[in-house]
Ligand binder design. Structure first.
Ligand code: PFF
Length: 456
């Protein structure tokens, strides 16, 4: 095993460190902000009836998402290795067992499975860059925009090509390591994405159906809330914050000692939630203005936003830039999804970063073909949660991430001693006490309750 013990007794990471606190926040934000906010949140909210779902999602983000994220970062920084080795090491160090490594192992698998379909959807956004630039959406009707989408996803060869392209791009960055280029990209991308969401919001406000959109998102109708939609809200909170699978733990391993974990987590959670809510506010009024169905599923964003862009002045430009930014956002998230697997292979098998990345990338690409075919050739091949895509999504977001989050909070709250966590979180004050209360009781009990009720 390679050693990463520094002379002063504090560990250092084998993979380098973030250059500053800001660099870390940007990288974690880059991982959090992605398709989950703009593509997934609106369609899942739509499928689960809006209002009540959104409320449960927000509660999950605050009382479960925040403490899980903080736990992940503090575990990562204390262990300073890949999630598997970190959990093994800390498990032993804290007087428990190295079996905790399995939690990291589940994260490695979850990352691989999530990226397998994430890359397919990211491929759609790449294709929409080209479609937008070609001007097909200019003055197009709702029916024409939705035909564009069904025609596109119906051709598995084009979808497979886009998926391949996106995986290639992801492998390229991850192979090069904890990159400065990434920081620069995120620094520009997140504000630019926010700005374009505001442009869309402006359009939505003028659509005449803004009130309907707001009412759909914020008027809770608890009658429509089932345990399954509560689980979907919990899963979405995990997915959108990139937590429960060790990605943030892997990033935490590269975090300088002096950075405040509480402050960094709060910044990321706020930015991520704001972008999701903005996306919903931009999309739902368009759905109602055009007589579309909010429960339409994964195509929702692709059926609505091009329609709005097609009708605004400068729409070709805005639409092209928007899908470029969304592809970028997906790209910075894909990196986080691969990181646990790559870091694990590098440390465990002494492979170079490039070798590990290519191997992981190929595996993910191959599994992703199942999701490529889920929207065309195998669209009618359904079992359990639906298509192959739906099953991979359900298994990862609704089962593996919450289970990972449960084990991570139990580890940080119960296995790690108070001194260790207080040392990482620098505290004994109110904030530390609130974290400990959430991590020991509220988050694990909440997750168990939802998982249990929804699954049985
Ligand atoms: N949080 C990302 C999104 O909302 O698009 C998805 C994601 C990235 C999940 C990285 C998990 C992860 F490790």
């Amino acid at each position: 095993m390679l050693s990463n013990q520094a002379g002063d007794g504090k560990r250092t990471s084998l993979h380098g460190h973030w250059s500053s606190r800001m660099a870390f926040i940007l990288a974690v934000t880059g991982s959090a902000v992605g398709l989950g906010n703009i593509w997934k949140f609106p369609y899942i909210a739509g499928q689960n009836g809006g209002g009540a779902f959104v409320l449960v999602y927000l509660v999950c983000v605050v009382v479960i998402g925040m403490p899980v994220m903080m736990s992940e970062i503090l575990i990562g920084r204390r262990g300073r290795r890949n999630p598997v080795a970190t959990m093994q090491l800390l498990g032993k160090e804290e007087g428990s067992s190295n079996k905790w490594g399995w939690v990291g192992g589940m994260g490695v698998i979850a990352g691989i499975l999530i990226l397998s379909y994430y890359s397919v959807i990211a491929g759609w956004t790449l294709a929409y860059v080209v479609k937008s630039a070609s001007g097909v959406f200019v003055d197009a009707s709702a029916a024409a925009v939705s035909d564009q989408f069904s025609g596109f996803v119906g051709d598995w060869r084009v979808v497979a090509l886009c998926h391949t392209l996106f995986m290639g791009l992801s492998v390229f960055v991850v192979a090069r390591g904890v990159e400065r280029g990434l920081e620069q990209a995120v620094r520009f991308m997140v504000p630019a994405l926010l700005l374009l969401m505001l442009v869309l919001l402006g359009y939505s406000i003028n659509s005449g159906f803004f009130d309907e959109g707001v009412a759909f998102m914020f008027t809770p109708d608890f009658e429509r809330l089932t345990w399954n939609s509560v689980l979907a809200a919990l899963g979405q909170a995990f997915f959108t914050l990139s937590i429960g699978m060790g990605a943030i733990m892997a990033y935490g391993a590269y975090l300088p000692e002096e950075t405040s974990i509480i402050g960094a987590s709060a910044a990321v959670v706020t930015a991520d939630t704001a972008i999701a809510i903005l996306a919903g506010l931009a999309i739902f009024p368009l759905v109602f203005a055009n007589g579309l169905n909010p429960a339409d599923g994964p195509g929702l964003v692709f059926d609505t936003l091009p329609l709005a862009f097609g009708q605004m002045p400068g729409g070709v430009f805005f639409s092209t830039v928007f899908f470029i930014l969304l592809s970028f956002a997906a790209w910075t998230s894909a990196i986080g999804l691969m990181e646990p697997a790559v870091a694990w292979i590098v440390e465990r098998f002494h492979k170079t970063r490039a070798q590990a990345t290519v191997a992981v990338g190929l595996l993910i690409w191959f599994i992703g073909l199942g999701s490529v075919l889920s929207f065309n050739v195998l669209a009618e091949f359904k079992f359990l949660a639906g298509t192959i895509f739906a099953n991979v999504d359900y298994l990862t977001s609704n089962i593996m991430l919450p289970l990972g989050g449960l084990l991570i909070t139990v580890f940080a709250g119960w296995v790690m001693c108070r001194n260790s966590t207080a040392d990482e979180l620098r505290g004994s004050g109110k904030l530390y006490k609130s974290w400990r209360l959430l991590a020991r009781f509220i988050a694990p009990i909440g997750i168990l309750l939802v998982l249990f009720n929804a699954v049985f």
